[in-house]
Design a binder for this molecule. Structure first.
Ligand SMILES: [Zn+2]
Length: 388
């Protein structure tokens, strides 16, 4: 194991909460002996000190705001990225499903993504009720390029991010907490300035402390509040604070605790929409999102069928159909899943597994009805989500 990997492993468990409840505290070092013993390599993710957590008693009573990242996270994970024509078809598919916010890429990072953004705007392909979102690192030249890409958009989300977790602060950047916070605030101030200079577009600001789940909670909070101040966020002019599980590292209950802790400690809570962006490294991306919605999050970023890097992003199809079968209108239309799957598989060259929850959704309730009730009842089963 290289020194950097060892350092990252140590840092990964230092999410900033020790048994004494002190936020930002450090765990004792790992034992260097017994390399084959998992206890010497890995340590359980530390719990969040939140003994009066409220989320276990909550229910999800309404759908979150949804943001598709199929054209960004989803696309960048593909062995063969989508062509512009395939991206346009995917964009239309996402709008047809009912997404009102769609992250279309990282236009400052590649000419193809810049051109795609320009094409959507210049060909008037974005309806008034749909907002495109672009991702940008907190670096001046990339921020300026992103605003160039968005010239003429009616409404756009500028999604700013920088790395905040301890391993990246020390190993990648070699910068202190204050210096990393300054990168975020400088980036936010430039975004604010460029937005003020381009008032023809209705701007929405979004900030992500990258690797939120591996960052000390109090530090994530400090950076997010500083960014919110730089953007002059108010309850009337809310910003989005996106708290990503860049790499899923804990059980879903700990993610929910992190979100509840953040929501309860955020000053002027009403000036921010709390957004989730889970990945599926431990296979629990859907559970992490659902528990975090119970914990107070209001917005969800994800992809169709969980496409995305490594084991994938959150699968929005499953979360939406889970809401539906709990009696909550998801505000996304998956009634024609065979067609959605066909377009998705053709554009991404990914296959939806036969065991995907959506593929037999609708059949299991039908069988239950069949066993317990008459065929009359069966015929009234909505069956939304059946493939065939
Ligand atoms: Zn992601």
């Amino acid at each position: 194991m290289s020194t950097i990997v060892e350092e990252k492993t140590k840092e990964a468990v230092m999410n900033g909460v020790a048994k004494n409840g002190k936020v930002g505290a450090q765990l004792p070092p790992l034992n260097a002996n017994g390399a084959d013993n998992p206890q010497s390599k890995y340590r359980a993710f530390p719990p969040v000190p939140l003994p009066d957590r409220q989320w276990p008693d909550k229910q999800i009573a309404q759908a979150p705001l949804w943001c598709s990242v199929d054209l960004r996270d989803g696309n960048q994970a593909l062995a063969i990225p989508m062509s512009v024509e395939e991206k346009l078809e995917m964009f239309d598919l996402l709008m047809g499903i009912g997404f009102k916010e769609i992250e279309i890429g990282f236009p400052s990072a590649s000419q193809i993504e810049f051109d795609f953004c320009r094409r959507l705007i210049e060909e008037n392909r974005i309806p008034a009720d749909v907002t495109v979102q672009v991702l940008v690192q907190a670096r001046e030249e990339l921020i300026r390029r992103s605003f160039e890409a968005l010239q003429g958009a009616q409404r756009a989300v500028v999604h700013l991010y920088n790395s905040t977790n301890p391993a990246q602060r020390r190993i990648v950047f070699g910068l202190s907490r204050d210096e990393i916070k300054a990168i975020a605030v400088r980036g936010a101030a430039l975004v604010r300035q460029l937005a003020d200079e381009n008032p023809q577009t209705q701007w929405v600001f979004q900030y992500s402390p990258e690797s939120f789940v591996l960052t000390e909670l109090d530090y994530s909070l400090e950076v997010c509040e500083a960014v919110a101040d730089a953007w002059r966020a108010t309850p009337q002019n809310r910003i989005v604070l996106n708290l990503p599980t860049t790499v899923e590292s804990s059980t879903p209950n700990i993610h929910a605790d992190q979100i509840e802790w953040f929501c309860r400690h955020l000053k002027e809570r009403e000036r921010a929409i709390i957004s989730l962006h889970t990945h599926n490294d431990r296979g629990t991306g859907v559970a992490a999102t659902e528990l975090a919605l119970m914990a107070g999050a209001q917005r969800v970023e994800g992809t169709l069928f969980g496409n995305g890097e490594r084991t994938g992003n959150l699968d929005i199809v499953t979360v939406a159909l889970n809401l539906l079968t709990q009696g909550v209108e998801p505000n996304l239309d998956f009634s024609d899943l065979p067609r959605i799957r066909e377009v998705y598989e053709r554009c991404t060259r990914m296959a939806v597994t036969p065991r995907h929850p959506a593929r037999c959704r609708g059949r299991i309730p039908c069988l239950c009805h069949e066993q317990q009730h008459s065929h009359q009842r069966l015929s009234s089963c909505p069956g939304r989500g059946c493939w065939s």
